[in-house]
Ligand binder design. Structure first.
Ligand code: SF4
Length: 374
C-alpha cells in the first residue's frame, strides 16, 4: 500500500478515535499528536529518484493520503491547495482520501473540482450506526467522482442498505481495531455488511480482524501480523460486477498492450478451467493467485526464473502467461517491475488484481459466447 502523509497529527473526533493508533505511536516517542505539522514527504508524489523518475509510479497506485491525520482537518487548510496542485499534476495516479470530517469537503475543495477529480476517491469512515446516519447522507449529497465507505474500527452492526441502494458507493471495507485496548469486532457484523453489499452489487472487502475478534460467541486474540491474513483467509470479499471507469480504463490499457503479443493472446480459459473456477469460487482462486505469486515470484532471487509457471494445470497459470506475470523477467519487460529485489506488497497486489481481472473477463466472454450459441 502506498502512503502519502503531507501532514501529521489529529484531534480525536468521534467514537472510532478512542484508541487511535497514531496517538499511541506518538505517545511512545514523546510527540504531541494534537499538534498538526507538515511532514518531510509533503511533496512525495513530485519527488524523483537519481534516474529522474518519479519515486511513486503508476504501479504504486492507489496512493492513500493522510493516514496519520485527517485530510480535512482545520489546521491543514493553509497547505491543502498545494496538495490539490500535486494531485492534479499527477493525473496518472489515483489518490484515496479517508476522512471522518466529510462535512468539511465543500470548504476544502480546489477551484476546478466541479463534480470531483476523476483520480480521487473519497472514503467516508463510519464506525457505528450513529456516525453512518450522520455522515452518509452528507457524503452522498456532495460532488465526488468516486465514493467508498469504511467501517473501521467497526464497533457494532451497521445498516447502510438505504445508502448503498442509490448506486453512488463503489465499495465498502470493514475491519476491527488493533492495539492492546482494542474493542471487540464481531464476525456477524462483518457478514451483515457483506450481505448488504451483495444485495446492492457493491464491492465488499474484509480488511482485518482486529486484535479481539468474536466469532460464534468466542473471542479470539489475534496478533497484529495475522489480522490481515486472517481476514483474507475468510474468503468473503465480494467484487461488484459494476466496475468504475477508472479501474476499467487502467486494465484496458494494459490488456491492449499485452494482447498485441501473439503468444500472450493465445492463452484462453477452457470449459474445464471455468468449471474449476465456478466450483471453487473467485475468492479461493484469488487466494491461489496470491500463493503462487508469493511463493514462485516474490523472492529476490529465483533459481528457476522463467520456468516456475507451468503452461497449464490451473487457470491462474494460464492467466499468468496471458498477463505477463509468469516470471520476473516478464514482469520487468511488460510492467516495469524490477528484478533482483523481492516483490513489494503493492507489486503482488498489482499482479493478483491483473490475473483476476483477466480471469473475470475470460469468464464473461465464455458465458456470452455460450448464450450466443444457445
Ligand atoms: S480522525 Fe483518524 S487520525 Fe484523527 S484521531 Fe480519529 S482515528 Fe485518529
Amino acid at each position: 500500500m502506498t502512503e502519502w502523509n503531507p501532514w501529521h497529527g489529529c484531534h480525536k473526533f468521534s467514537a472510532g478515535c478512542l484508541n487511535c493508533y497514531m496517538f499511541r505511536r506518538d505517545e511512545q516517542i514523546g510527540l504531541d499528536c494534537n499538534i498538526i505539522r507538515q511532514t518531510k514527504s509533503f511533496n512525495l508524489p513530485l519527488m524523483k529518484n537519481k534516474n529522474k523518475q518519479y519515486k511513486i509510479t503508476s504501479l504504486d497506485d492507489p496512493v492513500y493520503v493522510c493516514l496519520t491525520s485527517d485530510f480535512f482537518i482545520e489546521e491543514a487548510d493553509q497547505w491543502r491547495e498545494a496538495v490539490w496542485d500535486i494531485i492534479r499534476s499527477r493525473s496518472d495516479l489515483h489518490f484515496k482520501i479517508i476522512t471522518k470530517r466529510i462535512h468539511r469537503l465543500m470548504e476544502c475543495i480546489p477551484y476546478d473540482w466541479d463534480d470531483g477529480y476523476e483520480n480521487v476517491t473519497i472514503i467516508c469512515t463510519c464506525e457505528n450506526q450513529q456516525t453512518a446516519d450522520e455522515r452518509l447522507p452528507v457524503f452522498l449529497s456532495l460532488p465526488i467522482a468516486h465514493r467508498e465507505i469504511i467501517h473501521e474500527p467497526m464497533l457494532e452492526s451497521i445498516e447502510i442498505s438505504d445508502y448503498l441502494s442509490g448506486g453512488g458507493i463503489e465499495a465498502v471495507t470493514c475491519g476491527g481495531e488493533s492495539g492492546s485496548r482494542a474493542r471487540i469486532c464481531d464476525y456477524s457484523w462483518i457478514l451483515n455488511t457483506r450481505e448488504q453489499c451483495i444485495a446492492n452489487n457493491v464491492s465488499f472487502y474484509f480488511k482485518q480482524t482486529g486484535a479481539n475478534f468474536r466469532k460464534d460467541g468466542r473471542v479470539f486474540h489475534i496478533e497484529r501480523k495475522l489480522q490481515m491474513p486472517q481476514a483474507l483467509k475468510a474468503g468473503i470479499n465480494f467484487h461488484s460486477t459494476i466496475q468504475s471507469s477508472q479501474v476499467n480504463n487502467k486494465y484496458d490499457t494494459i490488456f491492449r498492450r499485452i494482447e498485441a503479443s501473439e503468444f500472450r493472446s493465445s492463452f484462453k480459459l477452457d470449459e474445464k478451467d471455468i468449471k474449476y473456477i465456478d466450483d471453487k469460487g473467485m475468492d479461493i482462486i484469488r487466494r491461489h493467485a496470491f500463493d503462487f505469486i508469493r511463493q514462485r515470484l516474490a523472492p529476490a532471487f529465483l533459481k528457476n526464473d522463467g520456468k516456475q509457471t507451468p503452461m497449464r494445470g490451473h487457470p491462474v497459470f494460464k492467466a499468468q502467461h496471458a498477463t505477463a506475470t509468469c516470471c520476473r523477467n516478464c514482469m520487468k519487460k511488460w510492467h516495469g517491475i524490477p528484478v533482483g529485489t523481492a516483490l513489494r506488497e503493492d507489486d503482488i497486489n498489482f499482479a493478483v488484481n491483473l490475473i483476476m481481472e483477466w480471469i473475470e473477463r475470460q469468464r464473461k466472454n465464455n458465458s456470452s459466447l455460450k448464450t450466443n450459441i444457445e
